[in-house]
Design a protein around this ligand. Sequence first.
Ligand code: MN
Length: 233
Amino acid sequence: MTSKTPATYVIPPPPVSALPVRGTDALFPVRRIYCVGRNYAAHAVEMGHDPDKEAPFFFQKNPDSLVLDGTFPYPVASSDVHHEVELVVALHRGGKAIPVESALDHVYGYAVGIDMTRRDLQAEAKKAGRPWEVAKAFEHSAPCGPLVQAAEIGHPDAGAITLSVNGELCQSGDLNQLIWKVPEVIAHLSALFTLAPGDLIFTGTPAGVGPVQRGDLLEAKVSGVGELRTAVA
Ligand code: MN
């Protein structure tokens, strides 16, 4: 590397992924997407795990996997794709080793997201002791609604989180059932990674995950944050 700034790129730079922000025309640029695994006890149980409080664990999706237009194209290489409705946290301040007590100062806002998962590929990966990327970080795997600012709604720590498929309620939980609360998630994550403005955190899903089919309409809601409608194409 030299200190000289290149005049041009050899290929066009990739576009910046960004989320709309309710009440403003400005966009929130996304740097990284972190996700928390098994953060509601009832979901841990339905996936065959002990619901006891173990240290949180994380995986990532890519910013260009965000879906903002309400259409989720059924992915290749899977015949068992699951919905996971999640509260999404957006950071406007970064850091490492962030204390729980001041963690919420780093939060810009919240959104409703769906952690789409190729469950069959995840099961194979788990069985083989392999990483989860093929199950979690595929294209279009992160439908997400607009951000709402914490300055407007505060920091939700209770309230319904639900997902319906074609009008039938499938997932139903409450934010107060999060095993690791948002400030604790930020504290743990910042002990592993240097967080930065633009990072999103998908905070985990309540019980009731299940497969989607082409033609389904997914309606995800988080009380106080909003709704996200996604059509499976
Ligand atoms: Mn998830």
